[in-house]
Design a protein around this ligand. Sequence first.
Ligand code: 13P
Ligand code: SF4
Length: 323
Amino acid sequence: MVEKIKSLLKKHNITIAAHYYQKDEVFYLANLTGDSLELAKKTANLDNPLIFCGVSFMGESAKILNPKIPVYMPKLASCSMARMAENELLQKNIEMLKNENIDFIPVAYINTTAKVKAIVGDLGGLTCTSSSAKNIIEKLPSNKKIFFLPDKNLGKNIANALRKSAKIIGEDGWQEADFILFDGHCSVHQLFMPEHIEFFKEKYPDIKIVVHPECSPQVCEMADFVGSTSQIINYVKEHKNERMAIGTEFNLVNRLKKEINPNIYILSSTKPECPSMNETTLKELYDLLVAIDEGKPYNEIKVDDEISKKAKKALDRMLELSK
Ligand code: 13P
Ligand code: SF4
């Protein structure tokens, strides 16, 4: 399958982009890899067809930023956090903000559907990623409140880093907080608990704890390093000889352990696999390429023109502010 995939990629001049959480069998075939921000930037400059191995919001963002190229996904797997900010609940949150006359800027984590990005873009807001959220929010007018969605953990962690207050919308006193948070979270990163850190620290007092900012604020406060997937990889490369426990998706942590440092542990007691990221397999990639070769492609990402235009505003503002 691998040889056939390679020859079909060449024949049709197709690029494969893959997120770090993809299975190794898929990840090692990719020409472009990165965290969400890097993948958005890299795929925006392509001139040839793209197969995106990741979750749906990543393929959608690539299509919105680069509408001239066909974008396919072997599997249309949606991130469960992105699904939490469904339009109705989001609309209710926005009505609450308007009814209270709150002067806010909506900041949507890139882990949102195109429709949600369009709503945010239309309200003058923007997207961000885990690696860019702090820098971007620092550049926004300080007299406005931040309505952060959908990840309450990332929102609270950024607020803490900027020494700002944060509350979930609807909580007591939410109207006074600097950051107003949508009540969403990542089902994978919620697995990492303060008890896991205590366990490792007791066993190996010199161990470094490294986590993704989708982990809870308690976990992030106890960690030695908090960063996006690319930032975690760089940290691991810079601390090659240290024992580490890492709190992020299994495929990435396992790859780092195999390739860079055998003294790496998974931080949770449960295997932290993202079900959506793991939906894409070598066989799915192979089947899609064969279908493209036979002139019967499927899973081509299409985004409604109006939604795409509005969502692009939110993504473009992020790219501009993260330069
Ligand atoms: P990164 O932008 O850090 O790659 O994160 C993407 C993601 O979905 C983390 O769960
Ligand atoms: Fe979504 Fe969490 Fe999976 Fe990342 S790890 S894609 S946020 S469900």
